[in-house]
Design a protein around this ligand. Structure first.
Ligand SMILES: [Zn+2]
Length: 354
């Protein structure tokens, strides 16, 4: 369905200031220490204390508690097993994953720092490619695992409306340029209707209202606190206060009824694509989702012209090579480049003049 599928991971948003999975908790800890997350102080403390408790078991077992994906998995497994070191009640264990989601949301909101010229240079250059593809009437899909809003914001700034693949009145009514942008793990700007029979995900779109605190050389996007004030456009019920974000763990099928529409669309767009371009996504070993999306989604009858991976971490090359079948491996290209460094290579792969 799409000639080109871009797959975008956390490495691509790094230039907006957002932390990667393995330094996420350090960044959250710093925000708490500096008093920057007063509105969510108690959930930050709850999560960081629980992580401290898990670290204490290190003399007998090793779990990588620096990585937020591992922490998420530990909390979910703790709930299944009814046991988590340092935590006394199952009720307390059950409260940890919602708390962790809040920590993730606020950490991303506080660290996605928009420069005073309103431009994330890497995403800005990338959306120029998107504009060229729209001009040339080529079909493409952006698939991302990121919750942050760096690319969303930049698309809006460049007058491109993200089509999130949800039931969405704005998409049907709006005649501006659109980009199909599938956020497989949800997003900080996704609210949910609280009426159970509706439960639709509603994207919040007031993107150009940024917040600047005097003395800072950046602005932020105050989105989370606005979600709870929104009404569902379909049934007029209020939306939940927390953003819809789905954990990056093996167990995410438990969340399928929330976002399966977006996953199915991703599989459909990937089916007969000719070019797959992966940027800043490292195929983490804790998350098998992409492996199956690709393995089951791709239609073997359509020849793949290119499978390009851009990532500064050379370990990522092998992970992708292990995933690919013999037909695709001949078309595999790895470039040891950060996202912002990869733009001119991507332009030339797609035959676009900068
Ligand atoms: Zn509703």
């Amino acid at each position: 369905m799409s000639e080109i599928v871009f797959v975008i991971g956390a490495g691509a948003s790094k230039h907006c200031g957002t932390p990667l999975m393995n330094d996420f908790l350090d960044v959250a800890r710093d925000l708490l220490r500096r008093g920057e997350v007063k509105e969510a102080k108690t959930v930050f403390e709850k999560v960081l204390n629980a992580v401290g408790g898990l670290n204490a078991v290190h003399s007998k077992a090793k779990l990588d508690m620096d990585n937020i994906e591992s922490v998420y998995t530990a909390f979910e497994m703790g709930l299944l097993l009814g046991k988590l070191p340092g935590i006394n009640s199952e009720e307390e264990i059950a409260s940890l994953t919602p708390a962790l989601r809040k920590v993730i949301s606020y950490t991303l909101q506080k660290t996605t720092r928009i420069p005073l010229d309103s431009r994330f240079q890497g995403y800005y250059d990338f959306t120029n490619i998107i504009n060229k593809l729209i001009e040339q009437k080529r079909t493409f899909t952006l698939i991302t695992f990121n919750y942050d809003l760096g690319l969303d914001y930049t698309l809006y700034r460049n007058k491109i409306l993200p089509d999130y693949g949800l039931d969405d009145i704005a998409i049907q009514e709006n005649k501006v340029n659109k980009a199909l942008y599938l956020k497989l793990h949800g997003s900080l700007n996704f609210g949910r209707c609280i009426k159970e029979s509706c439960a639709r995900i509603i994207p919040y779109r007031e993107f150009l209202i940024t917040k600047h605190t005097p003395g800072n050389n950046y602005s932020t996007l105050p989105i989370i606190e606005k979600l709870g004030n929104q009404k569902c456009p379909f049934c007029k019920e209020p939306q939940s206060e927390d953003p819809v974000i789905i954990p990056p763990t093996w167990n995410k099928t438990a969340y399928h009824n929330q976002i399966d529409k977006v996953w199915r669309r991703a599989a459909k767009e990937m089916a007969d694509t000719e070019q797959i371009i992966i940027m800043g996504y490292s195929l983490p070993t804790t998350d098998w989702f992409f492996n199956y999306l690709y393995g089951l989604g791709i239609d073997m009858a359509t020849p793949l012209k290119g499978f390009y991976v851009y990532n500064p971490d050379s370990n990522v090359e092998k992970r992708f090579k292990d995933l690919l079948g013999t037909g695709a491996i001949e078309r595999f290209h790895y470039n040891q480049l950060r996202f912002e460094e990869s733009i001119s290579s991507i332009s030339s792969v797609l035959g676009i003049k900068e």
